[in-house]
Design a protein around this ligand. Structure first.
Ligand code: CUA
Length: 326
């Protein structure tokens, strides 16, 4: 069963119901037209090829012409009405202080998630508070693009919304706690469009607060990783990536402050573990052909030191023990 038929939030439910309504109307039309077609073929067929008389010739019929003009016009009108109404319904209200805001920025080919109230930035894996009837708390997404048009799509949570350069779009999502949910970019945006995956974890308010608190911390400093940190800063890595608490403050690539709290690298392509980090730093194209992370042509020793440093970038207690992949 496609995921959109199994919604986990109110927006996705709304879209599913709309989809079923539209399909039902189309199905009735299909049965009526197809049925009439089959009926006429059978009813008026020439049994043995002997009937060569000309059938009666009919020229125009006002009632029938009016009927076949009005019926489709009315159908299209009804469909347009329900669809337009849903566009406005799904747009929703302005967020209140109660709602969680997340700024989503589409990049070729990864997602940036910023929690503006908390000063937290992460990539490709969004953590949100699950819907809670009592709190009536929803998640308000502010969608932007850093380069070309992308589209944010979580089939179980809501419909697609484009991320357009120079414009800010909005959408609401809501999720119950049976996460994770998986989504993807739904607008062709270049070579690796198909591998621009994202993940949403909906957790309890308590877990969410703990996650935010851990994410807010600066990067971990570990004495044994100092050589790797120095190489990271000396080579061009620091120009593209931010690691809070260090002088690395590049904005072009994903924020790596708590890199190891994420389950995958390269926007969902491979598991985030030491072996894959080595592959990624050594030659990103091997994992994600055409990606924007350059091959730095590092020596084996540099790769090892940098990965030694990266593999420690996690605050402990990042909300779930299984999340720790070191
Ligand atoms: Cu981003 Cu397709």
């Amino acid at each position: 069963m496609p995921e959109m038929f199994n919604p986990a939030g109110s927006a996705a439910e709304y879209i599913r119901d709309l989809f079923i309504l539209v399909i039902a109307i189309c199905f009735v039309i299909f049965v009526a037209v197809g049925g009439a077609l089959v009926y006429f073929i059978v009813r008026f067929r020439d049994h043995n090829g002997s009937d060569n008389t000309e059938p009666p010739q009919i020229y125009g019929s006002k009632p029938i012409e009016v009927a076949w003009t009005l019926a489709p016009a009315l159908t299209v009108f009804v469909l347009a009405l329900v669809v337009v109404r849903s566009v406005f319904d799904l747009r929703g209200q302005e967020p209140t202080a109660n709602d969680q805001r997340v700024r989503v920025v589409g990049h070729q080919w990864w997602w940036e998630f910023e929690y503006p109230e908390h000063g937290v930035i992460t990539a490709n894996e969004m953590v949100i508070p699950a819907s809670d009837e009592e709190l009536d708390r929803k998640v308000f997404l502010q969608l932007e693009s850093a380069d070309v048009i992308h589209s944010f799509w979580m089939p179980k949570l809501a419909g697609k919304t484009d991320l357009v350069p120079g414009r800010t779009n909005h959408m609401w999502i809501e999720a119950n706690m049976v996460s994770p949910y998986f989504g993807r970019c739904a607008e062709y945006c270049g070579t690796q469009h198909a591998n621009m995956l994202l993940r949403v974890d909906a957790v309890s308010q308590k877990e969410f607060d703990a996650w935010i608190a851990a994410q807010k911390e600066p990067a971990r400093e570990v004495a044994s990783a100092k050589p790797g940190k120095e190489r990271f800063m000396a080579l061009a890595c620091a120009n593209c990536h931010t690691i809070r608490g260090t002088r690395a403050n590049g904005k072009f690539g994903p924020d790596l402050t708590h890199l190891m709290s994420r389950k995958t690298i390269a926007a969902g392509m491979v598991e985030n573990n030491r072996a894959n980090l080595v592959r990624w730093v050594e030659d990103p194209d091997e994992i994600k052909l055409g990606c924007r992370m350059p091959d730095m042509r590092l020596s084996e020793a540099d790769v090892k030191q940098i990965v030694d440093y990266l593999a420690l970038l996690i605050r402990l207690q990042l909300w779930k023990a299984e999340n720790t992949l070191i």
